[in-house]
Ligand binder design. Sequence first.
Ligand SMILES: *Cc1c(COP(=O)(O)O)cnc(C)c1O
Length: 449
Amino acid sequence: MDTSLIQQRRNLVTELPGPNSKELDRRRSAAVSPAVSSVLPVYVHEASGAILVDVDGNSLIDLGAGIAVVSVGHAAPAVVDAVQAQIGRFAHTCFMVSPYEAYVAVCEALNTLAPGSEPKRTALFNSGAEAVENAVKIARHVTGRQAVIAFDHAYHGRTNLTMSLTAKNMPYRDRFGPFAPEVYRVPMSYPYRDPDGMTGEQAAERAIEQIERHVGADSVACVLIEPIQGEGGFIVPATGFLPAVAAWCRDHGVVFAADEVQTGFCRTGDWFACDFEGVVPDLMTTAKALAGGMPLAAVTGRADLMDAVHVGGLGGTYGGNPVACAAALASIDTMKDQDLAEAARRIGQTVTARLGPLQASHPGIGDVRGRGAMMALELVRPGTKEPDAEAAKRIASACHRAGVVVLSCGSYGNVIRLLPPLVIEEDLLGDGLDVLAGAIDEVLSGSAD
Ligand SMILES: *Cc1c(COP(=O)(O)O)cnc(C)c1O
């Protein structure tokens, strides 16, 4: 099937989920661990650009991009070609046994794209969580220190160490302990919920004061931070926060590790979210959008840090798989050729223009925030800042029923986030936003009861 023939248009031919999806869902219930859940029980048959076609022939608008993964669009032609060509040559050798060029080329590309002009090195892994684990290993190794600082609302993955670094109990941590030791949590800059007028520098001071009082700078291996928090609620820290935290790290021999797994690769309108304020991390983790849908992750860092780890200290059987590397090279080329950073900025403007005005008519929308194609609405009980997770859930379900995939997030589950493929066509985005606006009107005006 040539997915380039799939029309970029929403079209429902059954109710959602349709009969074929329902049948698959019955098989799923009998076969799949219920601990692995899905946002909507609509089974995908094929996809292209920003359209998912389900097993009943419905075309849905994808405003989630598989959680910020297919930024270049579903079945991006360059990615499909590169994957097909590579898998026909060889699918795997293990880079630690017999190396190949694509791995080296991905590392070269990341070293060039990552913020900062100092020489860099990269190591490749399979998932965001694995990249974060390795960034912590490197930071501990080079500093000879153990403590890792993470933030309120942070999300870094589901392995034991990264679940320990993740803030939210349900569903990520509950009854999954014991947790990894030497993880300390400090407050994030959260402009909507911080005291009025708190600057980024003041928020940084609040976090640093806690680090110094509870842990001690000399014990800290690294400060690990998402430059814009993803699962925690698309929380954009106040201007000045990241530079102040990075400066404190530099002054105290602490590794500043930016987790750009969700924010990376043009999502926020720059190659990386750190670029916005010119922050240069010592280590940076990437994954999600890196390889156009193939599983691949990376730690990119200053050469002096990366070179300090002993030979053989990092790696893994599949890390930097050649097919995933070919996909990454094609994705990165596509982002450059189509200037997807600019596309992300345009998407941000379109979303803000459509959703911003809704906030004026709906006091249940507490905050509209984000950067580039990483935008969110935080829902609250009118007249308060009390989180309204129920409203978020109902708005998301209304969108899903209408064939628009939106995701929720947030420590309180009350945030609707939009992170479409960056190649989404203007009309399709407009249709998706109209559906969302209609769902908001329906739920927040109370007429849905
Ligand atoms: C998704 C995510 C991870 C974990 O990535 P996986 O590939 O799911 O392991 C880590 N950090 C951030 C910021 C993420 O958004």
